[in-house]
Design a protein around this ligand. Structure first.
Ligand code: SF4
Ligand code: SF4
Length: 411
């Protein structure tokens, strides 16, 4: 066994219960000093995607953050808490709002620890990452257990991966078969949480430059390689399924906490609990290829709960996953290009819900949304279907629609 992940039940966000469960997850891995040096400076990074209260299940619960702070205080660490909410970029006043609404500000005030925003950066590899990483000795990442919508792309079938050099479009009777390789991230867990270390609006630039799912997975793994957390604890007490990771997802009371030092192993176990094979998660696949962690379930030692005996119903996956029927067709590149342009997904506005807050306009990497008198307007000719707008919308006012051909062939 080369990696260890602990899985512990926790059925409430009651502070004392969470604290006990967080302690259990860490003790099963040998205790906090196995990961963190006493007296060191530790950056604690929750997932604070947007300004929604904890009961929305979008952000890491403040009581999980508090429990980690207590553990670190016991070994005399200096603690810094922060995140770069994915949608607000340079709009510092909104980061403040995110900290306030998610309950993180109150926890930091109660516990008298520093809360920083990630507006100061330093280029590390090709990314402007927060300087808080330089100022701290250790990083503890606290992701939320959620599915992540993804953009479907035609992919090669497993049987042709080695043999066929021509581009191949697959029509498979198994929805999961096409989901594999086509995800934007499919899950937002240990590796994806590190995207928040990228400072300011550069996150939007990355979405723009790397909008193909496989490319985006690579840059997420680049970030993981550059800023590996020493410890990761996933808040899966209130989880999310369906069109996560924001207001489009559905809540799922999962009552679990997961912890470990290997993000690849953690994401593998998280995917297994969701009912997804680890090969379907592009970040896990890419990180395993680079030998950055353990992706094979058989080589991960799971401490605590036996996940096979938990009888967890498979998670609902994002609805814009590709679902096809039929057979394999080899197509020349030009036909494939036309096919891709005709089989598309688009964001659309649910006007009655739209509050005209403008967040989607600010976050769109292609500038294809305008704020109008009665809502928003999309310019689809420039849209790259990244769905950053849907993720950013605090009012769940952006849906996903399919092109006619996608509907006709059941994608
Ligand atoms: S409109 Fe939405 S999906 Fe299209 S490019 Fe802009 S943010 Fe992405
Ligand atoms: S669609 Fe959502 S993010 Fe965009 S303006 Fe309306 S409420 Fe705001």
């Amino acid at each position: 066994m080369s990696a260890k992940v602990s899985v512990v039940k926790c059925n409430s966000y009651e502070p004392a219960i969470v604290e006990l469960a967080v302690r259990d997850t860490i003790n099963l891995l040998g205790g906090i000093t196995n990961f963190i040096k006493p007296g060191s400076c530790v950056l604690v990074k929750p997932n604070l995607l947007m300004s929604k209260p904890p009961e929305f299940g979008i952000t890491t619960h403040p009581e999980v953050v508090r429990a980690v702070i207590h553990l670190l205080k016991e070994i005399n660490c200096k603690i810094v808490v922060g995140d770069g909410p994915s949608v607000w970029g340079q709009y510092i006043e909104n980061v403040e709002e995110v900290y306030e609404v998610t309950g993180i500000k109150k926890v930091c005030r109660d516990e008298n620890v520093s809360l920083v925003n990630f507006d100061k950066r330093r280029m590390r590899d090709k990314f402007p990452l927060t300087v808080a990483l330089d100022e701290c000795d250790h990083l503890i990442s606290l992701p939320k257990f959620k599915t992540h919508e993804f953009t479907p792309l035609p992919v090669k079938p497993r049987s042709l991966e080695r043999g066929c050099k021509v581009c191949v479009v697959m029509f498979s009777p198994k929805p999961r078969a096409l989901a594999r390789g086509a995800g934007f991230t499919l899950i937002t867990g240990a590796i994806k949480n590190l995207f928040g270390l990228v400072s300011g609006t550069y996150k939007t630039e990355l979405h723009k430059d790397y909008f193909a799912p496989a490319d985006f997975a690579k840059i997420l793994v680049d970030i993981y390689q550059e800023a590996k957390p020493h410890l990761t604890i996933i808040d899966g007490i209130l989880a999310m399924e369906g069109d996560g990771p924001a207001t489009g997802g559905k809540l799922r009371q999962l009552n679990l906490l997961l912890a470990g030092g290997d993000c690849v192993a953690l994401d593998t176990v998280m995917a297994k609990i969701m009912g997804i094979a680890h090969e379907e998660v592009l970040t896990t696949k890419e990180a395993a290829l680079r030998n950055l962690g353990e992706a094979a379930l058989s080589r991960i030692k799971i401490e605590g709960e036996d996940i096979d005996k938990l009888n967890i119903r498979p998670f609902i996956l994002p609805k814009n996953r590709a679902v096809c029927a039929g057979k394999v067709i080899n197509l020349p590149p030009i036909i494939k290009k036309i096919f891709k342009s005709l089989v598309r997904y688009y964001p659309y506005s649910l006007r009655l819900k739209c509050t005209r807050c403008g967040h989607c306009v600010k976050v769109c990497p292609k500038g294809c949304i305008d704020l109008k008198k009665n809502g928003i307007k999309f310019y689809y000719n420039r849209c790259i279907a990244c769905f950053c707008c849907q993720e950013a919308c605090p009012a769940a006012a952006i849906g996903v629609k399919k092109s006619l051909l996608a509907k006709l062939i059941g994608l």
